[in-house]
Design a protein around this ligand. Sequence first.
Ligand code: NIG
Ligand code: FE
Length: 415
Amino acid sequence: MITVIKNIKEIIQVEHTIRKWVAGKDMASLETIKNGFIEIKDGIISNFGSMEDWKGIDDWNNTEIIDANDGMVFPSYCDSHSHLVFAGNRENEWEQRLKGASYEEIAAKGGGILNSAKKLQNTGEEELLESALKRADEIIKMGTGAIEIKSGYGLTVDTELKMLRVIKKLNELSPLTIKATFLGAHAIPLEYKSRKSDYLDCIINEMLPRVAEESLAEYIDIFCEEGYFSVDDTERLLAEAKKWGLTPKTHVNQFTILGGVEASVKHGALSVDHLEIMNDDDFKALKGSECMPTLLPSCSFFLGIPYGPARKIMDEGMPVALATDFNPGSSPSGNMNFVASLGCIQMGMTPEEVINSTTINTAYAMGLSKELGSIAIGKKANLFITKPISSYAYIPYSFGHQHIDKIMINGQLQS
Ligand code: NIG
Ligand code: FE
Protein backbone atom coordinates (compact mmCIF):
# COMPACT_ATOMS: atom_id res chain seq x y z
CA MET A 1 0.00 0.00 0.00
CA ILE A 2 1.28 3.46 -0.96
CA THR A 3 0.09 6.62 0.77
CA VAL A 4 0.71 10.02 -0.73
CA ILE A 5 0.32 13.23 1.22
CA LYS A 6 -0.07 16.04 -1.29
CA ASN A 7 -0.53 19.80 -1.24
CA ILE A 8 1.75 20.33 1.74
CA LYS A 9 2.43 24.03 2.23
CA GLU A 10 5.87 23.25 3.68
CA ILE A 11 7.60 20.05 4.75
CA ILE A 12 9.63 20.80 7.86
CA GLN A 13 12.91 19.10 8.85
CA VAL A 14 13.65 17.22 5.64
CA GLU A 15 16.89 15.33 5.55
CA HIS A 16 18.67 14.02 2.45
CA THR A 17 21.55 12.46 4.35
CA ILE A 18 20.71 11.09 7.75
CA ARG A 19 22.60 12.87 10.54
CA LYS A 20 23.20 11.57 14.04
CA TRP A 21 22.36 14.95 15.61
CA VAL A 22 22.51 18.69 14.92
CA ALA A 23 24.99 20.70 17.00
CA GLY A 24 26.21 24.25 17.63
CA LYS A 25 25.63 26.78 14.84
CA ASP A 26 23.98 24.14 12.64
CA MET A 27 21.05 24.10 15.06
CA ALA A 28 19.98 27.44 13.58
CA SER A 29 19.38 25.79 10.18
CA LEU A 30 16.34 23.82 9.22
CA GLU A 31 15.77 22.38 5.78
CA THR A 32 12.26 22.59 4.38
CA ILE A 33 10.48 22.05 1.05
CA LYS A 34 7.66 24.37 0.04
CA ASN A 35 4.57 23.04 -1.81
CA GLY A 36 5.55 19.44 -1.32
CA PHE A 37 4.45 15.81 -1.29
CA ILE A 38 5.47 12.79 0.78
CA GLU A 39 5.10 9.19 -0.32
CA ILE A 40 4.87 6.39 2.23
CA LYS A 41 5.21 2.67 1.61
CA ASP A 42 4.48 0.08 4.31
CA GLY A 43 4.80 2.67 7.06
CA ILE A 44 8.16 4.01 5.84
CA ILE A 45 8.83 7.27 3.98
CA SER A 46 9.71 6.21 0.43
CA ASN A 47 9.89 9.55 -1.35
CA PHE A 48 9.31 13.27 -0.85
CA GLY A 49 9.83 16.45 -2.80
CA SER A 50 8.18 19.40 -4.43
CA MET A 51 4.68 18.95 -5.97
CA GLU A 52 6.17 19.93 -9.34
CA ASP A 53 8.36 16.85 -9.22
CA TRP A 54 5.61 14.45 -8.17
CA LYS A 55 5.27 11.73 -10.79
CA GLY A 56 1.61 11.01 -10.04
CA ILE A 57 0.02 7.67 -9.29
CA ASP A 58 0.98 4.37 -10.95
CA ASP A 59 -1.53 2.10 -9.33
CA TRP A 60 -4.82 3.68 -8.27
CA ASN A 61 -5.98 0.45 -6.62
CA ASN A 62 -3.07 0.43 -4.27
CA THR A 63 -2.77 4.12 -3.42
CA GLU A 64 -4.32 6.24 -0.73
CA ILE A 65 -4.23 10.02 -1.13
CA ILE A 66 -4.23 12.41 1.79
CA ASP A 67 -4.75 16.06 0.94
CA ALA A 68 -2.82 18.26 3.38
CA ASN A 69 -4.96 21.20 2.27
CA ASP A 70 -2.05 23.58 2.57
CA GLY A 71 -1.15 22.49 6.08
CA MET A 72 2.52 21.94 7.00
CA VAL A 73 4.08 18.57 7.79
CA PHE A 74 6.39 18.14 10.76
CA PRO A 75 8.15 14.94 11.83
CA SER A 76 6.53 13.75 15.08
CA TYR A 77 8.21 14.94 18.24
CA CYS A 78 10.49 12.48 20.00
CA ASP A 79 10.21 12.90 23.76
CA SER A 80 13.44 11.48 25.15
CA HIS A 81 12.74 11.89 28.88
CA SER A 82 9.50 10.96 30.61
CA HIS A 83 8.00 9.19 33.60
CA LEU A 84 4.70 8.55 31.80
CA VAL A 85 3.76 5.50 33.88
CA PHE A 86 2.58 6.66 37.30
CA ALA A 87 -0.29 6.24 39.72
CA GLY A 88 -2.46 9.13 40.86
CA ASN A 89 -1.41 12.74 40.84
CA ARG A 90 0.27 15.15 43.24
CA GLU A 91 -1.78 18.30 42.92
CA ASN A 92 -2.01 18.46 46.74
CA GLU A 93 1.78 18.90 46.88
CA TRP A 94 1.55 21.52 44.18
CA GLU A 95 -1.01 23.39 46.29
CA GLN A 96 1.41 23.21 49.24
CA ARG A 97 4.04 24.75 46.99
CA LEU A 98 1.65 27.52 46.00
CA LYS A 99 1.43 28.33 49.70
CA GLY A 100 5.18 28.53 50.08
CA ALA A 101 6.58 25.03 50.69
CA SER A 102 9.47 24.05 48.44
CA TYR A 103 9.73 20.89 46.29
CA GLU A 104 12.74 19.82 48.36
CA GLU A 105 10.91 20.40 51.69
CA ILE A 106 7.93 18.33 50.53
CA ALA A 107 10.23 15.52 49.40
CA ALA A 108 12.15 15.61 52.70
CA LYS A 109 8.86 14.96 54.56
CA GLY A 110 8.17 11.76 52.60
CA GLY A 111 6.26 13.44 49.79
CA GLY A 112 7.57 13.75 46.25
CA ILE A 113 8.89 10.62 44.59
CA LEU A 114 8.17 8.52 47.73
CA ASN A 115 4.55 9.68 47.63
CA SER A 116 4.23 8.53 44.01
CA ALA A 117 5.97 5.26 44.91
CA LYS A 118 3.44 4.57 47.67
CA LYS A 119 0.59 5.19 45.24
CA LEU A 120 2.12 2.98 42.58
CA GLN A 121 2.84 0.15 45.01
CA ASN A 122 -0.89 0.06 45.77
CA THR A 123 -1.99 0.10 42.15
CA GLY A 124 -2.46 -3.02 40.03
CA GLU A 125 -0.77 -3.60 36.69
CA GLU A 126 -4.04 -3.35 34.74
CA GLU A 127 -4.97 0.01 36.23
CA LEU A 128 -1.47 1.37 35.67
CA LEU A 129 -1.56 0.26 32.05
CA GLU A 130 -4.98 1.78 31.50
CA SER A 131 -3.92 5.20 32.81
CA ALA A 132 -0.65 5.07 30.86
CA LEU A 133 -2.54 4.22 27.66
CA LYS A 134 -4.74 7.27 28.20
CA ARG A 135 -1.68 9.48 28.60
CA ALA A 136 -0.09 7.90 25.54
CA ASP A 137 -3.20 8.78 23.52
CA GLU A 138 -3.11 12.34 24.84
CA ILE A 139 0.49 12.91 23.83
CA ILE A 140 -0.07 11.35 20.40
CA LYS A 141 -2.76 13.97 19.84
CA MET A 142 -0.19 16.64 20.73
CA GLY A 143 2.25 15.42 18.07
CA THR A 144 4.55 13.00 19.88
CA GLY A 145 5.49 9.85 17.97
CA ALA A 146 8.18 8.33 20.20
CA ILE A 147 8.84 8.47 23.91
CA GLU A 148 11.33 7.24 26.48
CA ILE A 149 9.69 6.09 29.72
CA LYS A 150 11.42 5.47 33.04
CA SER A 151 10.61 3.22 35.97
CA GLY A 152 11.49 4.70 39.36
CA TYR A 153 8.14 4.96 41.15
CA GLY A 154 8.37 1.34 42.31
CA LEU A 155 11.51 1.33 44.46
CA THR A 156 11.06 -2.34 45.41
CA VAL A 157 12.10 -5.33 43.33
CA ASP A 158 8.52 -6.31 42.51
CA THR A 159 7.17 -2.86 41.82
CA GLU A 160 10.11 -1.73 39.68
CA LEU A 161 9.59 -4.87 37.57
CA LYS A 162 5.84 -4.19 37.54
CA MET A 163 6.45 -0.71 36.14
CA LEU A 164 8.81 -1.98 33.48
CA ARG A 165 6.33 -4.68 32.45
CA VAL A 166 3.66 -2.00 32.09
CA ILE A 167 6.02 -0.03 29.85
CA LYS A 168 6.62 -3.17 27.77
CA LYS A 169 2.86 -3.81 27.44
CA LEU A 170 2.31 -0.18 26.53
CA ASN A 171 4.88 -0.57 23.78
CA GLU A 172 2.92 -3.53 22.42
CA LEU A 173 -0.45 -1.79 22.58
CA SER A 174 0.39 1.79 21.60
CA PRO A 175 1.56 2.86 18.14
CA LEU A 176 4.23 5.02 19.82
CA THR A 177 7.85 3.94 19.54
CA ILE A 178 8.80 3.43 23.19
CA LYS A 179 12.17 3.02 24.89
CA ALA A 180 12.40 1.88 28.51
CA THR A 181 14.81 3.09 31.18
CA PHE A 182 15.40 1.42 34.55
CA LEU A 183 15.42 4.08 37.28
CA GLY A 184 15.41 2.03 40.48
CA ALA A 185 17.85 4.66 41.83
CA HIS A 186 15.26 7.45 41.76
CA ALA A 187 15.00 7.92 45.53
CA ILE A 188 15.89 6.13 48.74
CA PRO A 189 12.86 4.24 50.10
CA LEU A 190 11.92 4.95 53.76
CA GLU A 191 12.87 1.39 54.82
CA TYR A 192 16.40 2.13 53.64
CA LYS A 193 16.68 5.59 55.19
CA SER A 194 20.27 5.87 56.47
CA ARG A 195 21.07 2.54 54.75
CA LYS A 196 21.44 3.90 51.25
CA SER A 197 24.22 1.50 50.28
CA ASP A 198 21.95 -1.45 51.15
CA TYR A 199 19.37 -0.09 48.73
CA LEU A 200 22.04 0.27 46.04
CA ASP A 201 23.05 -3.34 46.74
CA CYS A 202 19.43 -4.33 46.23
CA ILE A 203 19.28 -2.46 42.91
CA ILE A 204 22.54 -3.97 41.73
CA ASN A 205 22.12 -7.54 42.99
CA GLU A 206 18.38 -8.07 42.82
CA MET A 207 16.80 -5.64 40.38
CA LEU A 208 19.40 -5.23 37.63
CA PRO A 209 19.78 -8.95 36.82
CA ARG A 210 15.99 -9.37 36.53
CA VAL A 211 15.60 -6.25 34.40
CA ALA A 212 18.33 -7.45 32.05
CA GLU A 213 17.25 -11.10 31.93
CA GLU A 214 13.69 -10.13 31.04
CA SER A 215 14.96 -7.47 28.56
CA LEU A 216 12.82 -4.88 30.28
CA ALA A 217 15.04 -1.84 29.72
CA GLU A 218 17.72 -0.59 27.39
CA TYR A 219 18.87 2.31 29.56
CA ILE A 220 19.92 2.87 33.18
CA ASP A 221 19.20 6.08 35.08
CA ILE A 222 20.04 7.46 38.53
CA PHE A 223 19.03 10.69 40.28
CA CYS A 224 22.46 12.13 41.14
CA GLU A 225 21.52 14.82 43.64
CA GLU A 226 21.97 15.97 47.23
CA GLY A 227 19.73 13.81 49.43
CA TYR A 228 19.41 11.16 46.70
CA PHE A 229 22.46 9.48 45.10
CA SER A 230 26.07 10.66 45.11
CA VAL A 231 28.65 10.65 42.33
CA ASP A 232 30.20 7.54 43.89
CA ASP A 233 26.81 5.81 43.85
CA THR A 234 26.40 6.89 40.23
CA GLU A 235 29.80 5.52 39.23
CA ARG A 236 29.10 2.25 41.00
CA LEU A 237 25.65 1.73 39.48
CA LEU A 238 26.66 2.71 35.95
CA ALA A 239 29.65 0.35 36.03
CA GLU A 240 27.44 -2.54 37.19
CA ALA A 241 24.71 -1.74 34.67
CA LYS A 242 27.25 -1.80 31.88
CA LYS A 243 27.92 -5.47 32.65
CA TRP A 244 24.26 -6.10 31.82
CA GLY A 245 24.43 -4.04 28.63
CA LEU A 246 22.47 -1.02 29.88
CA THR A 247 23.49 2.44 28.65
CA PRO A 248 23.26 5.45 31.01
CA LYS A 249 20.79 8.32 30.64
CA THR A 250 21.02 10.18 33.93
CA HIS A 251 19.31 12.85 36.06
CA VAL A 252 22.06 15.36 36.93
CA ASN A 253 22.49 19.01 37.99
CA GLN A 254 18.81 19.69 38.79
CA PHE A 255 19.44 21.48 42.08
CA THR A 256 23.13 20.88 42.82
CA ILE A 257 26.31 20.41 40.83
CA LEU A 258 27.95 17.28 42.22
CA GLY A 259 30.02 16.00 39.30
CA GLY A 260 27.34 13.68 37.90
CA VAL A 261 27.83 15.01 34.37
CA GLU A 262 31.48 13.97 34.24
CA ALA A 263 30.74 10.59 35.84
CA SER A 264 27.93 9.91 33.36
CA VAL A 265 30.01 10.90 30.34
CA LYS A 266 32.87 8.73 31.60
CA HIS A 267 30.50 5.76 31.65
CA GLY A 268 29.31 6.36 28.10
CA ALA A 269 26.00 8.11 28.80
CA LEU A 270 23.77 8.62 25.78
CA SER A 271 22.32 11.71 27.48
CA VAL A 272 22.58 13.75 30.67
CA ASP A 273 19.28 15.32 31.59
CA HIS A 274 18.05 18.35 33.59
CA LEU A 275 21.25 20.51 33.66
CA GLU A 276 19.37 23.46 35.12
CA ILE A 277 22.76 24.51 36.45
CA MET A 278 26.15 23.84 34.88
CA ASN A 279 29.75 24.81 35.60
CA ASP A 280 32.91 24.85 33.49
CA ASP A 281 33.78 21.26 34.40
CA ASP A 282 30.41 20.11 33.08
CA PHE A 283 31.00 21.87 29.76
CA LYS A 284 34.49 20.40 29.58
CA ALA A 285 33.20 16.89 30.23
CA LEU A 286 30.49 17.16 27.57
CA LYS A 287 32.53 18.81 24.83
CA GLY A 288 33.64 16.28 22.23
CA SER A 289 31.64 13.48 23.87
CA GLU A 290 28.82 11.40 22.36
CA CYS A 291 26.47 12.47 25.15
CA MET A 292 23.37 14.61 24.43
CA PRO A 293 22.78 17.50 26.87
CA THR A 294 19.04 17.37 27.50
CA LEU A 295 17.08 20.22 29.06
CA LEU A 296 13.59 19.94 30.55
CA PRO A 297 11.99 23.39 30.41
CA SER A 298 8.52 22.30 31.62
CA CYS A 299 10.15 21.18 34.87
CA SER A 300 11.83 24.58 35.25
CA PHE A 301 8.50 26.25 34.47
CA PHE A 302 6.49 24.17 36.94
CA LEU A 303 9.01 24.27 39.81
CA GLY A 304 10.18 27.83 39.22
CA ILE A 305 13.82 26.77 38.99
CA PRO A 306 16.40 28.01 36.45
CA TYR A 307 16.14 27.04 32.79
CA GLY A 308 19.14 25.13 31.44
CA PRO A 309 21.77 27.16 29.55
CA ALA A 310 20.70 26.16 26.02
CA ARG A 311 22.36 29.14 24.32
CA LYS A 312 25.70 28.60 26.03
CA ILE A 313 25.68 24.88 25.16
CA MET A 314 25.05 25.71 21.48
CA ASP A 315 27.67 28.48 21.54
CA GLU A 316 30.17 25.88 22.69
CA GLY A 317 29.38 23.93 19.52
CA MET A 318 27.36 21.22 21.24
CA PRO A 319 23.88 19.85 20.53
CA VAL A 320 20.84 20.47 22.76
CA ALA A 321 17.77 18.28 23.20
CA LEU A 322 14.51 19.37 24.84
CA ALA A 323 12.10 16.86 26.41
CA THR A 324 9.02 17.01 28.67
CA ASP A 325 10.05 15.10 31.84
CA PHE A 326 6.30 14.23 32.01
CA ASN A 327 5.72 13.17 35.65
CA PRO A 328 3.27 13.96 38.46
CA GLY A 329 5.72 15.91 40.64
CA SER A 330 7.83 18.29 38.59
CA SER A 331 6.22 18.37 35.15
CA PRO A 332 2.62 17.20 34.89
CA SER A 333 2.54 17.86 31.15
CA GLY A 334 3.61 15.76 28.20
CA ASN A 335 3.10 18.55 25.67
CA MET A 336 6.12 18.93 23.38
CA ASN A 337 4.55 21.99 21.70
CA PHE A 338 4.72 23.74 25.04
CA VAL A 339 8.32 22.57 25.53
CA ALA A 340 9.12 24.14 22.13
CA SER A 341 7.43 27.40 23.19
CA LEU A 342 9.38 27.50 26.45
CA GLY A 343 12.58 26.83 24.50
CA CYS A 344 11.96 30.02 22.53
CA ILE A 345 10.25 32.22 25.09
CA GLN A 346 12.23 31.34 28.22
CA MET A 347 15.53 30.00 26.88
CA GLY A 348 16.13 32.32 23.96
CA MET A 349 16.23 29.61 21.32
CA THR A 350 15.03 30.24 17.78
CA PRO A 351 12.16 28.24 16.21
CA GLU A 352 14.72 26.37 14.07
CA GLU A 353 16.75 25.47 17.17
CA VAL A 354 13.74 24.20 19.10
CA ILE A 355 12.56 22.11 16.15
CA ASN A 356 16.01 20.51 15.89
CA SER A 357 16.14 19.98 19.63
CA THR A 358 12.72 18.25 19.83
CA THR A 359 13.06 16.01 16.76
CA ILE A 360 16.50 14.90 15.54
CA ASN A 361 18.33 15.54 18.80
CA THR A 362 15.77 13.83 21.01
CA ALA A 363 15.71 10.92 18.54
CA TYR A 364 19.47 10.62 19.14
CA ALA A 365 18.93 10.76 22.92
CA MET A 366 16.80 7.63 22.67
CA GLY A 367 18.93 5.78 20.15
CA LEU A 368 16.55 6.41 17.26
CA SER A 369 18.27 8.87 14.93
CA LYS A 370 18.33 6.33 12.09
CA GLU A 371 14.58 5.69 12.39
CA LEU A 372 12.92 8.91 13.48
CA GLY A 373 13.32 12.65 13.99
CA SER A 374 13.08 13.92 10.41
CA ILE A 375 11.33 13.50 7.07
CA ALA A 376 13.86 11.27 5.31
CA ILE A 377 13.66 8.31 2.96
CA GLY A 378 13.82 5.10 4.98
CA LYS A 379 12.61 6.65 8.24
CA LYS A 380 9.29 5.75 9.89
CA ALA A 381 6.32 7.79 8.70
CA ASN A 382 5.65 9.38 12.10
CA LEU A 383 4.50 12.90 11.34
CA PHE A 384 1.75 15.43 11.80
CA ILE A 385 -0.10 17.68 9.39
CA THR A 386 -0.98 21.10 10.74
CA LYS A 387 -4.07 23.18 10.16
CA PRO A 388 -3.27 26.11 7.84
CA ILE A 389 -0.61 28.18 9.64
CA SER A 390 1.42 31.14 8.43
CA SER A 391 4.90 29.75 9.19
CA TYR A 392 6.55 26.97 11.21
CA ALA A 393 7.48 29.56 13.84
CA TYR A 394 3.76 29.91 14.53
CA ILE A 395 3.82 26.60 16.47
CA PRO A 396 6.18 27.71 19.29
CA TYR A 397 4.94 31.31 19.04
CA SER A 398 1.27 30.58 19.74
CA PHE A 399 1.99 28.82 23.04
CA GLY A 400 -0.79 26.77 24.56
CA HIS A 401 -2.69 26.41 21.30
CA GLN A 402 -3.11 23.29 19.24
CA HIS A 403 -2.61 23.44 15.49
CA ILE A 404 -2.44 19.79 14.58
CA ASP A 405 -4.99 18.57 12.06
CA LYS A 406 -3.93 14.97 11.27
CA ILE A 407 -1.47 12.58 12.86
CA MET A 408 0.29 9.68 11.20
CA ILE A 409 2.21 7.00 13.07
CA ASN A 410 3.92 4.13 11.26
CA GLY A 411 2.16 5.34 8.11
CA GLN A 412 -1.30 5.01 9.70
CA LEU A 413 -3.56 7.99 10.21
CA GLN A 414 -4.62 8.19 13.86
CA SER A 415 -8.22 8.99 14.71
O1 NIG B 1 12.92 14.40 36.55
N1 NIG B 1 14.35 14.63 39.41
C1 NIG B 1 13.93 13.50 39.56
N2 NIG B 1 12.85 12.97 39.04
C2 NIG B 1 11.76 13.64 38.40
C3 NIG B 1 10.73 14.14 39.34
C4 NIG B 1 10.06 13.09 40.02
C5 NIG B 1 8.92 13.50 40.88
O2 NIG B 1 8.87 14.58 41.49
O3 NIG B 1 8.04 12.65 40.95
C6 NIG B 1 12.27 14.73 37.51
O4 NIG B 1 12.04 15.92 37.74
FE1 FE C 1 12.88 13.06 35.09
